[in-house]
Design a protein around this ligand. Structure first.
Ligand code: SAM
Length: 290
């Protein structure tokens, strides 16, 4: 079979199946074999591993993952792509295609149902995907918040979102997404991907990042939910001082927040974008212990 990433192959498959690309489903197919290799190599799945792919499209990443992993389960929302995937992945007996919306899927349960490789349970679970841009953040947060038991998440996403995810305190693009993702994972920026290597071409460049799930959380929290409430409130009004932005948190008035910030050793005139994860944790733990 011709290379699945070749634009001529994609066009041929489109014509054969009378398939129309859907802009609203974020269908920008990858046409660069080097980037496919980079994602698959970074994912580093072996015969003991299960790969979960989000949005396989025509199967360009799926086929390469299937050559290395024990099993690949891919979740694709577009039912018109299912017969195409059947054809492009016909040579692999270790691939299962699930026609579902990933946001409406109980991922842990899906992995339980499909997590067997031969007689044994998969040793490791690795997530990959060239994510549909319109739901990149909800997909990442769903995987992290639901505690999907995976080792790593290797994904293509908009470059600007990748940069926000790995941003450090003090940077203009550092925000709630940076702190939340970095709380769960070590973030590795793999490579920038120019918009020219997609069909159709999106408006912006992309990037591949790898999120390596931490075995141990980087900060100790008395109440995890409160930590996220502090982050949300702090960045919800990022131009405000912490004192103003946090007023109202768990019903606390301005004076109470001023006391909390003082006990946590954080100047009340600072803004959320200057706070490290440890400082957010200190505020949350002070609120929790009051
Ligand atoms: N993996 C292919 C590639 O790299 O060429 C396709 C990537 S394309 C950017 C995103 C894919 O995600 C499309 O196939 C699209 O139909 C699928 N998709 C969009 N929304 C989805 C959802 N909610 N659940 C599962 N798949 C979705």
């Amino acid at each position: 079979m011709d290379k699945l990433y070749a634009p001529t192959t994609i066009r041929r498959i489109k014509e054969k199946h009378n398939f129309r690309l859907s802009k609203s489903l974020g269908q920008n197919f990858l046409t660069d074999g080097n980037i496919v290799d980079k994602i698959i190599e970074s994912c580093d799945a072996g015969p003991e591993d299960l790969v979960l792919e989000i949005g396989p499209g025509m199967g360009v990443l799926t086929a390469e993952a299937a050559k290395r992993a024990g099993k690949v389960v891919c979740v694709e929302i577009d039912r018109n792509l299912i017969p195409i995937l059947k054809e492009t992945l016909s040579e692999f007996s270790n691939v299962e295609v699930v026609n579902r919306d990933i946001l409406k899927t109980d991922i842990a349960q899906l992995l339980c149902e499909h997590g067997k490789i031969g007689q044994a349970q998969a040793a490791g679970i690795k997530v990959i995907g060239n994510l549909p841009y319109y739901i990149t953040t909800p997909i990442i947060m769903k995987l992290l918040e639901e505690g999907v038991p995976c080792d790593s998440i290797t994904i293509m996403l908009q470059k600007e979102v990748a940069q926000r995810i790995e941003a450090a305190p003090g940077s203009k693009i550092y925000g709630a997404l940076s702190v939340a993702v970095q709380y769960y994972c070590q973030v590795v920026y793999v490579t920038t991907v120019p918009k020219e290597v997609f069909l159709p071409q999106p408006k912006v460049d992309s990037a591949v990042i790898q999120l390596r799930l931490r075995r141990q959380k980087p900060v100790e929290l008395l109440e995890e939910a409160l930590f996220f409430e502090v982050i949300k409130a702090g960045f919800g009004q990022r131009r405000k001082t912490l004192l103003n932005a946090l007023t109202g948190l768990r019903g606390k008035n301005k004076e109470e927040i001023a006391q909390i910030l003082e006990s946590a050793g954080i100047a009340s005139m600072r803004r959320a974008e200057t706070l490290s994860m440890e400082e957010f944790a200190a505020i949350a733990n002070t609120v929790a212990s009051k």
